[in-house]
Ligand binder design. Sequence first.
Ligand code: 6PG
Length: 301
Amino acid sequence: MKLAVFPSSIETSRALILRLVELMNEETDRIFNIAVSGGNTPALMFDLWANEYLDITPWNRMKIYWVDERCVPPEDSDSNYGMMRNLLLGIAPIPYENVFRIRGEAKPVKEAVRYSELVKQQLPYRLGWPEFDIVLLGAGDDGHTSSIFPGQENLLTSTSSYVVSIHPCNGQKRIAMTGYPILNARHVIFLITGKNKADVVEEICNSGDTGPAAYIAHHAQNVELFIDKGAASWYSSFLLSCSASHSRNLSRLMNLRLPMCITGTSALLNNAYDIERENPISCKSLADRISGVLFKSSLIL
Ligand code: 6PG
C-alpha cells in the first residue's frame, strides 16, 4: 500500500490525475478499463481534469465504468454518472460508446445483473473475475467504499460482480461493485480528502479488516492512497508526538502497518514525502520531514 499526502485537496486531485495519465502512458498500446466512484470527493478532480488536463489525457484509450451508482435517474443531483458527465465527460473528447453508465433509473436487481453481464462482456478475465485496469475508490467516514457499508461486509465476497446495496442511513438503493472485482483490479487507488476522513485513513493504515475500505486496502494487490493533509491529520499529529519522544514511539511506528510512500514523476508528487519501509528512518526525522512538508506547504497556501 502506498500513501501520497498533499497539502490540499486540489493538489491531491491534480496529483491523482497525473498519476492516472502516467499509468496510461506507461502502456500506450492498450485501452484502459477504469471504474470510477462518485460521491463528493471526486467532483473537484473531475472539474480540474476538464479545465487543466484535457490535452494530456489519452481519452481514446479509456473506457469508463462505475464502481457504484445511486438508484436515481441521471438528471438527479445524487447521480454519480450525472455528476461526472456534467463536470468532465460532457467536455472531454471521450468516445460516447466508451462510457458505460449504470442505469440508476432501472429496476435495481435487474440493473445489477445487466451491469455485471456488461462488465463480463467488456473486460478481460483473471482468476475468474473481470479485471479492471484501475478502480478509483473513495471512502466514507463510516469506513465504507464502493457502496459496501459497514454491516454489509458479505458483499465483499459476493459471487456477483455488482449487487444491490442499501445506504444504512437513508435507505437509498445503490448498485455496487463487490469485493472480488475490486480486489482483482491491476490498480486500486483511493482518493480521500478532508479532516472528516482522518479516522477512516487511520483505520485503513492501522487496522486489517475492520471495515470495507480497510479490508480492500489490505487485500488488493496494488493499492495507492492519495490523501490531503486534513485526511492525514492523524498521521502528522502522531508523528509530531513521535518527534517529542521519538525513541519510545519509534518501535510503535515501525510496528504500525503504516503504508509507505511514494512513487510518481509529477512535480506535484514532490509535495508529498517519501518514506521507504525498507530503509526505516528515525521517527524524528520522519516527523520532521512530514511536518516540514505538510506545514510548510500549508503556510504557502
Ligand atoms: C458514492 C461513492 C462512495 C464514496 C464515498 C465517499 O456513491 O457515494 O461512490 O463510495 O466514494 O461515500 O463519498 P464522499 O466523497 O462524498 O465523502
